[in-house]
Design a protein around this ligand. Structure first.
Ligand code: ADP
Length: 497
């Protein structure tokens, strides 16, 4: 037995078997009850039809020669007693009653006069119905010896010497009942046993087949789940739509896809993280080594260095500390964006005002580099709906780059234009430009085009910009020609005032 079958056998198959046995027993019992009901009815109907004429016969045969009543009007018990005894000797199952025309019992040998429970009269409705239908309709009448019970009977009216009434014959009397129930008991014991055995045999066969078919798909699914569990990540349930438990099969396949997808994601995040650590340690090492070198020189040669040399060394140390803190800032920011820990808080704000502020902030740096920094249309106030601090960060990186990669006497311009439902932001410089084949990669982390320039940072600036654009469901494009300049363009949703 395979592992999957072992897992299925104890619980599911056991439950199925229990349900099955319960079903078989229930079926057996219902079968017996139904059979007994109809067999009994069939028997009663047959007996009534067969004996329908008995009462008529009694009247025709016996009341012709002798009256059942004496001259004083009382019942001729001797005659009637003989008659009844004769009849009951032939057929012990019957009980004969003499009724008046109200249904009152005048006489019967089977009735004990001291029996207080015995009925004194019977209902005439079934008797009249029986007579009207000439005994061809199945009808039950009162049983005087068992009040409340209904029995098959034969009846016929008489009219003798001024007396009118009925001969009423119960066809399945007490004696009949006793014999019948003994036989029935035996018969049903045999029938029940036979029927149950046969039903069990057939049911077991059908049950085995059904359980095998029912659990076939389940076995298949369990097998695939086990394979997956054992490390075969490509294991999937084939044709899940055709499975009897399609929802389960499909859910498993979807779950497996999600798990594999998440694993891939985790692997790539892990790879990124490792790459980041490797790059960070490399990036930190250079400025740290420079710092260490200058500090050591200052310590060792403190006495011999001139004041201007000391000043220069301190300046270099200062610049490197600046670089380091900027790098750490950028790394921190990028890692947060990469780890999707930043949720943009979007609100309406004036991008024009923000650009004014940034231009004011970078004015000194631009002047130092002899670069003209300006906003193209300073008076048109454009409102956007975005995260102000993230957009500020992106613009800052783009302006910084534009200044960084533009030669003295160059120009950096910010164009802000309303375009339908968006506001287009364009940062154009007259700088070095970017070769066309390099342009697709400049937004990748650590991507630096011209490594020879001293101005370069750490290749994180544009990667951060790209992440910020993604958080705003927008993209940034670059148009650039080497030696002519570059334009970085992106759109933000305009805010309607
Ligand atoms: P870095 O810190 O090196 O500037 P960025 O991610 O900001 O890194 O930019 C990636 C690369 O794209 C830069 O190294 C540079 O070669 C190129 N680049 C970015 N902006 C400009 C620009 N305005 N003009 C020319 N080249 C640019």
């Amino acid at each position: 037995m395979s592992r999957s079958e072992q897992a299925l056998t104890p619980k599911l198959v056991k439950k199925l078997w229990v349900a099955f046995i319960a079903l078989v027993l229930l079926m057996g019992a219902s079968y017996m009850l139904i059979t007994s009901y109809f067999a009994n009815k069939h028997h009663q109907e047959t007996a009534q039809r067969l004996n329908a004429d008995v009462a008529n016969h009694v009247i025709a045969e016996k009341f012709q020669n002798a009256s059942p009543f004496l001259e004083d009007g009382s019942v001729n018990k001797a005659l009637f007693g003989d008659l009844m005894h004769d009849m009951m000797a032939v057929n012990q199952g019957i009980e004969v009653y003499l009724l008046d025309n109200n249904g009152t019992i005048l006489y019967s040998v089977v009735l004990d006069p001291n029996d207080k429970d015995a009925t004194k009269s019977v209902s005439l409705t079934p008797i009249n119905s029986f007579i009207a239908n000439k005994g061809e309709k199945f009808v039950l009448g009162d049983d005087p010896r068992n009040p409340g019970e209904q029995k098959i009977f034969s009846a016929a009216p008489y009219s003798v010497a001024g007396h009118e009434g009925y001969i009423y014959i119960i066809l399945a009397g007490k004696k009949f009942q006793e014999v019948s129930s003994t036989l029935m008991g035996q018969y049903f014991a045999k029938l029940g046993l036979g029927a149950t055995l046969l039903t069990t045999l057939f049911s077991a066969l059908i049950g085995l087949l059904s359980i095998w078919f029912l659990t076939k798909n389940l076995r298949l699914i369990t097998g695939t789940v086990r394979k997956f569990q054992d490390g075969d990540l490509n294991a999937r349930i084939e044709n899940p739509d055709k499975s009897d438990i399609a929802i389960f099969a499909k859910s498993f396949n979807e779950m497996a896809d999600t798990i594999v997808g998440n694993m891939d994601k985790m692997k790539s995040v892990d790879l990124l993280r490792r790459e980041l650590i490797a790059n960070v340690s490399h990036d930190l090492r250079t400025p740290l080594a420079v710092l260490k070198g200058y500090i050591e020189t200052l310590q060792i040669k403190r006495e011999t260095l001139s004041e201007s040399e000391k000043e220069e060394y301190l300046q270099i140390t200062h610049d490197n500390v600046d670089k380091l803190s900027k790098l750490i800032d950028q790394l921190f920011e990028y890692s947060k964006l990469e780890a999707e820990q930043v949720t943009p808080v979007k609100e309406p704000f004036s991008i024009t005002e923000l650009s004014h502020d940034l231009i004011a902030k970078f004015k000194v740096l631009a002047q130092k580099e002899k670069i003209e920094l300006q906003l193209d249309n300073p008076n048109e106030n454009c409102m956007v709906f975005a995260d102000v601090s993230l957009v500020e960060r992106a613009l800052q990186n783009l302006i910084e780059n534009a200044i960084k990669y533009t030669e003295p006497n160059g120009k950096v311009t910010l164009f802000i234009r309303r375009k339908d439902k968006n506001v287009e932001i364009n940062i154009t410089d007259t700088g070095t430009g970017i070769p066309v084949n390099e342009q697709p990669f400049i937004f990748d982390r650590y991507k630096q085009v011209n490594k020879s320039t001293k101005k370069q940072g750490y290749g994180l600036g544009l990667a951060i910009v790209k992440k910020i654009m993604e958080l705003h469901d927008t993209t940034i494009t670059v148009l650039s020609k080497p030696k002519e300049g570059s334009s970085f363009i992106f759109n933000l949703p305009a805010y309607q005032v």
